[in-house]
Design a protein around this ligand. Structure first.
Ligand SMILES: [Zn+2]
Length: 126
């Protein structure tokens, strides 16, 4: 006894349990009159989060995607729980990198990466 009891999370009041991992997540209204499940107690710097995944809180408590580019250096944001959920696959955070990897994979297949013989790599200097 005496152990600090975890302050009862506001479950039922803005929070709910993730159906995948069972951890609490914040249920927050968006500007689009929709809901988004955000990771509780987590406010990383906006520029460390891919643009489409930055949620910022507005004065009325609702959140919206923070599309300012480049983001304000000190701007904090919220992230969706699904990005941090251990029981869900990570979504494609950097679609252009994924596209580039796909493109490079095709190119690598085309190019047949057999290295040229040493003699071609190092022509005689004399
Ligand atoms: Zn989860």
């Amino acid at each position: 006894m005496g152990a600090l009891e975890e302050t009862p999370r506001r479950l039922g009041n803005g929070q709910s349990r993730c159906p995948y991992c069972g951890l609490p997540q914040d249920r927050v209204a968006t500007l689009e009159y929709d809901w988004v499940m955000l990771e509780p107690d987590m406010a990383p710097l906006a520029h460390t989060v891919p643009a489409e995944h930055r949620w910022i809180e507005l004065s009325d408590g609702r959140v919206t995607v923070y599309g300012v580019c480049p983001p304000e250096q000190s701007q904090r944001c919220r992230i969706e729980h699904r990005l941090a959920c251990p029981a869900q696959p990570l979504p494609d955070l950097w679609p252009w990198l994924t596209a580039l990897r796909g493109e490079n994979a095709r190119q690598a297949e085309r190019d047949d990466p057999e290295p040229p013989p040493l003699s071609e790599q190092w022509p005689d200097a004399g």
